[in-house]
Write a protein that binds this ligand. Structure first.
Ligand code: TA6
Length: 282
């Protein structure tokens, strides 16, 4: 099932389990489509490029070795993982109701323009498992070098919604967050259901499940989160999205990012140590 004519030099892997289909690009190991019973679950801007020349605007981009603006190493926003071509390790179907595909990224595979900036030896393994009713994605980070390094990372989920005005996010009540738009720390989210009525860009701390509610029904539940301790809620809203050339006109009304991350407390890995972060989306 190919929803977009993907440029020939950006390979794509399609998984199928029953009436569920999933497309992942080798570029950034980016899941770009998850169709369940004919319904696309993820937002993918129809103005995104899929030719490897820019990060994908939608799907599930991976932020690594840092989440957020360019860092001290001069890496771009959200690091190099989402703009590098990962190695396809193969697919596996343990049984008719589950299909898995894995990808790897090592320093030699980092996008040319970013190579050498992050002076550490590492191996990333990203595993995507499609089941009839859910999607599991898991990132493993291994320090294969002789010195320690730390990193932050996010699985940048873009969920498709019919109309952001009817969307609420559940599971954040009582959690503190950093409001990136107003640049202030909020000690606690009091609302049981968080609605989006303006540009929203928040990092919630110590969250291990969250759900997108639309019209009273759960439209996406992010659960079984391990390794990640933070959840990012983002919608650029009208003005901000109009400044993003790969955001379609009005696209902000059809999406919400509920991302799992390890942001507030970076992971420190000594030589030979490993970290795994996993999410399950229903
Ligand atoms: O997920 C929140 C965020 O950090 C926002 O601040 C916004 O920058 C978003 O990521 C998308 O980043 P991008 O570089 O893909 O435009």
């Amino acid at each position: 099932v190919t929803r977009f004519a993907v440029d020939a030099n950006v390979d794509k892997v399609t998984l199928r389990v029953g009436n569920s289909f999933l497309d992942v690009l080798l570029f950034g190991a980016t899941v770009v489509s998850w169709i369940q019973d004919g319904k696309e679950r993820l937002f993918l801007s129809n103005k995104t490029v899929l030719d490897g020349s820019a990060p994908v605007r939608g799907g599930i981009p991976i932020a690594f070795p840092h989440f957020g603006p360019s860092d001290a190493f001069g890496l771009p926003m959200h690091g190099f993982a989402r703009i590098s071509r990962w190695t396809y390790l193969g697919t596996q179907s343990v049984n008719p109701s589950e299909a898995t595909v894995s990808f790897a990224l090592e320093p030699s595979g980092v996008a040319k323009e970013e190579q050498g900036k992050w002076p550490h030896e590492f191996k990333l393994i990203y595993t995507v498992t499609l089941m009839a009713e859910s999607l599991k994605t898991s990132l493993r980070v291994e320090n294969t070098g002789e010195s320690s390094f730390d990193f932050t990372t996010v699985l940048h989920n873009y969920f498709a919604v019919n109309n952001i005005d009817n969307v609420r996010v559940n599971g954040l009540e009582g959690k503190g967050y950093y409001d990136k738009v107003n640049k202030l720390k909020v000690p606690e989210e009091h609302n049981k259901l968080v609605s989006i009525v303006t540009e929203t860009d928040r990092i919630y701390y110590n969250v291990h499940s969250a759900s997108v509610i639309e019209g009273g029904n759960a439209s996406a539940i992010v659960s079984s989160i391990t390794g990640f301790d933070d959840v990012v809620g983002w919608n650029p809203w009208k003005e901000k999205s109009a400044t993003l050339k790969d955001f379609q006109e009005g696209g902000y009304k059809s999406m919400i990012c509920v991302e799992v991350g390890k942001i507030d407390d970076p992971v420190l890995l000594g030589p030979g140590q490993m970290w795994v972060g996993t999410q399950v989306i229903v």
